[in-house]
Design a protein around this ligand. Structure first.
Ligand SMILES: O=P(O)(O)OC[C@H]1O[C@H](O[C@H]2O[C@H](CO)[C@@H](O)[C@H](O)[C@H]2O)[C@H](O)[C@@H](O)[C@@H]1O
Ligand SMILES: O=c1ccn([C@@H]2O[C@H](COP(=O)(O)OP(=O)(O)O)[C@@H](O)[C@H]2O)c(=O)[nH]1
Length: 456
């Protein structure tokens, strides 16, 4: 069996196993720990003294080899903060007005991709398959081929892929499309993303040799999440949360503090809920956990300030001396705590404006008590909505509809909650994180073989 080598910008190093790092790190960690192999990427640090040359740091834990590189300040600014987070991220989330593309950012992006392409081949031992992750490393496959790497190379995009008319606004989009076509296999979270990509190729150059492009929705380890959620439910933090609520119902949101997550509209909907449905005042608490993410990007600082204002406004308007309607926490928690909090919640509020998948939505479902499950309010623009149609699906641009959905979730009869939950659990069991990894790897082997025979 070939050894799996995954490459991603974000690597969950063994020393950081429990910290909040987003869904890619969570999904890849469970995939890699099951199969073994190597994880190659950025170590999350910036070294002011680096000037060009450096060596990867290699460590091993739980059967996984971790090889990481550190970035210089300039590389971090241009490649990560600049091109990845202020060009590709907003563009791929359909937020064209947040795209700030400058030539030095494009150059910085390609330079860091070249750096990783040069450092990977010496770490390979032969008989590997290489699985590249996310928008940070679109050119990597092509650059590895130029280094003489012949192994199967696949790419998986964790974010949405936008339609042609949005994508073509990107200066220098052509080399990115060409680079994607050099992979044996390109994977997407949903059918819409895959179809947008294929449509881009049709518009750009119909005669270009297409890679195999398929849908592989990332997921969770359902039983492991359920077990950990149960432990979290009974943990000291889980019990303290319950005591603080008394008999009030809990609605929960867990999102990196990102403009794509729809927090502004969610807060506005909650304010309108309290305004229109006075019966929920004093009876419901909304806990929003929002760890700061990419805080050096101006748009993230702006949304943070606005949410602080809105949270203060909502609490100022409705709080009583013995009840605070909104608990807004600007910090991250260990995932085991998050799962315990999800298990203690009556309603999950997952309402991104657009999201590749959203693993929290899946974790919320797996964390529920089968006998008395909570209800999920889920944006139709989260990738997870394609599978979790037992949720109360909402349009996050329609604040009034979200008010109705929150009210529906808070008053949903037990029978309906059970039925919807069962439907969602069945979907999660059909397509879990193990299946995600196996399906991708199998398709990558097949695609590589097929390309090889085409070339003969
Ligand atoms: O690495 P950061 O810049 O700190 O950001 C965290 C991750 O955010 C994004 O996560 C995506 O992947 C999830 C798993 O597939 C998916 O559920 C979610 O919808 C996506 O937004 C980003 O794509 C990752 O590269 C980042 O590491
Ligand atoms: O304080 C936090 C907030 C989130 N998470 C985890 O981070 C992941 C977030 O993944 P998701 O796909 O929902 O969104 P992303 O952040 O990748 O856009 C989930 O596994 C959460 O349980 C965490 O461990 N601690």
């Amino acid at each position: 069996m070939s050894r799996l080598v995954t490459v991603s910008n974000r690597v969950a190093l063994p020393s950081q196993l429990q910290a909040a790092q987003g869904g890619l790190a969570v999904g890849l960690r469970s995939a890699l720990e099951e199969s073994g192999g190597m994880w190659f990427g950025w170590d999350g640090g910036v070294d002011e003294r680096i000037d060009g040359l450096r060596q990867p740091r290699v460590q091993t834990a739980n059967g996984v080899r971790y090889a990481t590189l550190r970035l210089s300040r300039l590389e971090y600014d241009r490649y990560y903060l600049g091109y990845a987070n202020q060009v590709l991220w907003p563009l791929f989330h359909y937020r064209m007005s947040f795209v700030h593309c400058r030539r030095e950012r494009i150059e910085g992006y390609w330079e860091v991709n070249r750096l990783f392409a040069e450092h990977l081949p010496p770490l390979l031992e032969g008989d590997e398959i290489i699985w590249v992750h996310d928008y940070h490393f679109i050119p990597l496959g092509q650059l590895l081929r130029e280094q003489g790497v012949e192994a199967p190379i696949g790419f998986f995009l964790h974010t949405p892929f936008p339609p042609w008319d949005v994508f073509r606004a990107l200066p220098g989009h052509e080399p990115l499309l060409e680079a994607l076509c050099r992979y044996d296999l390109v994977g997407f979270q949903t059918r819409i993303d895959r179809d947008n990509f294929l449509d881009c190729l049709t518009h750009y150059r119909p005669q270009l040799q297409r890679p195999r492009a398929e849908v592989f929705p990332i997921s969770i380890d359902v039983d492991q999440v359920a077990r950990e959620a149960q432990r979290g439910y009974n943990s000291q933090q889980g019990r303290r949360l319950q005591q603080s609520l008394r008999d009030r119902r809990l609605m929960i949101g867990v999102d990196r503090l990102d403009y794509s997550k729809g927090l502004r509209n969610r807060f506005e909907a909650y304010e309108a809920l309290l305004e229109q449905h006075s019966e929920h005042r004093g009876d419901v608490v909304f806990l929003q956990i929002a760890p700061v993410s990419r805080g050096d990007v101006p748009e993230y600082e702006e949304i943070r300030q606005y949410l602080e204002y809105l949270a203060g406004h909502i609490n100022g308007r409705f709080a009583e001396y013995d009840w605070v309607p909104l608990r807004y926490l600007n910090r991250g928690f260990h995932r085991s705590n998050i799962l315990g909090f999800l298990a203690r919640s009556d309603v999950g509020l997952i309402t991104p404006m657009r999201d590749g998948m959203n693993l929290v939505a899946k974790e919320f479902v797996a964390a529920q008590d089968p006998g008395d499950p909570g209800a999920l309010v889920l944006s139709r623009y989260a990738g997870a909505a394609e599978e979790l149609d037992g949720a109360v699906l909402v349009n996050p641009y329609d604040v009034d509809q979200m008010v109705d959905a929150m009210h529906q979730a808070l008053t949903m009869p037990l029978g309906e909650r059970r039925e919807r939950w069962q439907q969602m659990m069945d979907a999660l069991r059909r397509q879990d994180v193990h299946r995600w990894r196996k399906d991708f790897i199998q398709a990558l082997h097949d695609a590589h073989r097929a390309r090889g025979s085409e070339a003969l």
